[in-house]
Design a protein around this ligand. Structure first.
Ligand code: AMP
Length: 218
């Protein structure tokens, strides 16, 4: 079966880390709207500058901008390769748009994984999170440090802290999530697609939980 999944869950619960590892293990394409937006911001275009300011405030970028990025990625993808949408949809309106896009390209979702962690875990993870400025690989100062301090294991580039992982922005991001994204849990539950993942443990344990759930999907 070709896996076509969406990942929900609060910032810092481990969506990105779990998605990266699952994609490596199952040869899926990770489509992270956060990464796509950060790439756009780095380009320094007019759109990029606008996006950067919104991201650094902890609010969400316009639905239409994100939907276009996702549609382009899905259109490029053949029918053989599965994907994980990491951080999309984030609003009910995006979920409805996604249904239209999937209809157009002829794909169907097989699961919506809600990656959950307590507020305490989230704050600890976000404040210690670092990521490669070039390839985006995710680290944590204590839990998943790079082999060589400050350098990415995969590409050797500098490992940095995201501007939106600073304490004042973290608070806004959690509020935005609760207001706009949390309602998607019920949305996907009603569609019979929801799988809740307890991601409070260590990464190995969390991956085991995800793989177990995946067995039920396949
Ligand atoms: P992430 O890397 O998933 O934590 O996303 C970082 C930031 O990018 C978010 O706080 C939003 O500002 C923006 N972003 C990512 N995905 C979306 C989305 N689906 N809709 C709106 N904004 C998004």
């Amino acid at each position: 079966m070709v896996l076509r999944l969406v990942f929900l869950g609060p910032p810092g619960a481990g969506k990105g880390t779990i998605a990266q590892r699952l994609c490596e293990a199952h040869e899926l394409l990770q489509i992270s709207t956060g990464d796509l937006l950060r790439e756009e911001a780095k380009r320094g275009t007019e759109l990029g500058n606008k996006v950067k300011a919104i991201m650094e405030s902890g609010e969400y970028v316009d639905d239409s901008i994100v939907a276009e990025l996702v549609e382009n990625k899905l259109k490029e993808l053949g029918t053989e390769k599965g994907f994980i949408l990491d951080g999309f949809p984030r609003t009910i309106s995006q979920a409805e748009t996604l249904e239209n896009i999937l209809d157009k390209v002829g794909f169907e979702l097989n699961g919506a994984f809600d990656i959950e962690a307590t507020d305490e875990t989230i704050v600890e993870r976000l404040s210690g999170r670092r990521s490669c400025g070039k390839c985006g690989k995710i680290y944590h100062l204590k839990n998943i440090p790079p082999k060589e301090k400050g350098k990415c294991d995969d590409c050797g580039s500098e490992v940095v802290q995201r501007n939106d992982d600073k304490p004042d922005v973290i608070k806004t991001r959690l509020e935005t999530y609760r207001e706009k994204t949390a309602p998607l849990v019920k949305y996907y539950e009603e569609k019979g697609l929801l799988k809740v993942v307890d991601a409070n443990g260590e990464i190995k344990e969390n991956m085991k939980n995800v793989e177990m759930i995946l067995k039920g999907v396949e």
